[in-house]
Design a protein around this ligand. Sequence first.
Ligand code: ADP
Ligand code: ZN
Length: 522
Amino acid sequence: MQSVPTARDTLQAVFGYDSFRPPQETIVDTLLAGGDALVIMPTGGGKSLCYQLPALVRSGCGVVVSPLIALMQDQVDSLRELGVRAAYLNSSLDPASAAAVERALRAGELDLLYVAPERLLQPRTQALLDEASIALFAIDEAHCVSQWGHDFRADYLELSILAERFPGVPRIALTATADARTRAEIARRLSLEEARQFIASFDRPNIRYRMALKDNPRQQLLRFLRDEHPRDAGIVYCLSRRKVDETARWLRQQGFEALPYHAGLDSAERAANQARFLREEGLVMVATIAFGMGIDKPDVRFVAHLDLPKTVEAYYQETGRAGRDGLPADAWLVYGLQDVMKLRQMMDSSQGSEEHKRAEQQRLNAMLGLCELTSCRRQALLAYFGEELAEPCGNCDTCLEPVDTWDGTEAARMALSAVYRTGQRFGVGHLVDVLRGVDSDKVRQFAHDNLPTFGVGNALDVNQWRSVFRQLVARAYLAVDLERYGALRLREKARPLLKGEEALPLRRDSRPAGGAARRRTE
Ligand code: ADP
Ligand code: ZN
C-alpha cells in the first residue's frame, strides 16, 4: 500500500504549484491537525487552496459553502480538470443529477462538494451529511454573516449549527473583507472564537492608485484609456445601470470594444458579456458593482471608477480585480462632491435603522477621506485594514506627483482641540458648530459656548471643516466610535500635531470656496 501523500506532494501533483504562498501552509497544517481557521486574505491571494488541499489530504469529502451558484460551476469545472472528484449541490440541478451527487457522496466518491447555504441547511442535506464522511467544512465569503456589510445573507447566520452538529469536523471560514469589526462578527456568529486567525497582507504593490476630482469625467476617462490603456482589458465601474449603458455606448463610439454589465440586462446577455470579457483580449467591461465577484481574469490592466464607491472595502475589492498577474496595473478614480451628496441622500432615504444609516455615512466619509489625501494612498488604504506600511509606497498619485496644498495645521489643531475640550464624545456636526460659534441647543445644553475653541473657526465654512475632519480620520489622528453615534476620539498620533510639532498639508482642491483653482494637467 502507498503511504499517505503529504500536503506538499499534493500541492505539486494535483495543483502543479512548487510552493505555498505565505500563510497557506500554516492554514493547511492547522486543518490537517484538526483545528479551525479564520482566514482573511485579499481577493486573488489564494484562499481556495487553503481548503481544497486539506480536503484532498484528509479522508472524507470537503464540504464548501458558497453563496454564488455561478461560481460553483466554475470551481467544480476547474477542479475536475485537475482530476479532483468535485461536485456541487444547488437549485440549478435537476432532481436526477442531485440524486447522483448525493449517491456519490454517500459512497465516499467525492473529494469536494460545493453547496449553497440554503441547500446545506435543508433537513434532507443535513441527514445526508450525517451519513457521509466529512473531511472539513469551508465557509467561503464568510463576511455574508455580517449584517453591516452589503453582502448580508440571512442563511449564513444559521451556519453555526455546523459547529453543534459536527463537533469533530474542522471548519475554515474565509473572506477578503478585513475590518476588525466584521472579523469579530464572523468569529462570533460562526462559533469560531477559538479558531486560529490568519490575516494576510492586503498590499497589492503592482496596483497604482490614482484619484482626481471630476472635471468633465468622460474626457478624463477617454484620455486615461487612450494614453495608457489603448488595447488593454479593464473594468469601468458606474453607479447606475443607465450610466453603464450610456458609457458603454459612448466608449464604443470612441472606438473601444466596450460591453455593459448590470443586473438589469437579461441573464443570457450578462453571461455572454462576461464570457467574452474573460475569453477575449482587450475588452472594456462597463459595469455596476453586480460585476466582479469571483472574476478571476489575471490580466485586467485597469479598474476605473466614474463614481465613488460607497466604502473603502468596496473600493479595495473592486480595484483588486486589476493586476492579478502581478504586472503593473492602474486603479483610477474620479470623484465629485456632487456625487457624495447624491450618495448621502440615497443612504438617508433608504430603509434601515438610524444606526445602520449612520454606519453607512461613516463608511462613505472614510472613502471620501481617502480621495482627499495629500499623503500616500496605499499607507492610508492599508491602515484602514489595520495594516501598517512603514514608508510611503512610491506607486500612488500622491507619492508620484506633489499635490497642490494649503497649510491646514492651524485648522487641524483647532479641530483636535475642539474634540479634546468637548470630552471626545461628539460627532463632526456638533464639533463644527462649536468651531464656527453656532448657537445651537446642544451647544447651550453642554455650555460649549464657554470653551476657548468656541467660534475660533469662522474662517472656514461647514464643508471645509468637514473635509478637515475627514482628513484627520483618514490619516489616523482621530478615531470614529461607531458604537457612540460617530463620536470622535483623539489617537496617540494626534499629540505632535496638537502640540504644534507637526504640520498638516491639505488638498487645495478639497477647499471649494475662495478660488479652488483646479489644476488641469494637460
Ligand atoms: P482568492 O479565492 O483568494 O481570490 P484564488 O484561490 O482564486 O484566490 O487564487 C488566486 C490565484 O492564485 C489562482 O489563479 C490560483 O491558481 C493561484 N494560486 C493560489 N495558490 C497558489 C500557489 N501556492 N502558487 C501559485 N499560484 C497559486
Ligand atoms: Zn503612495
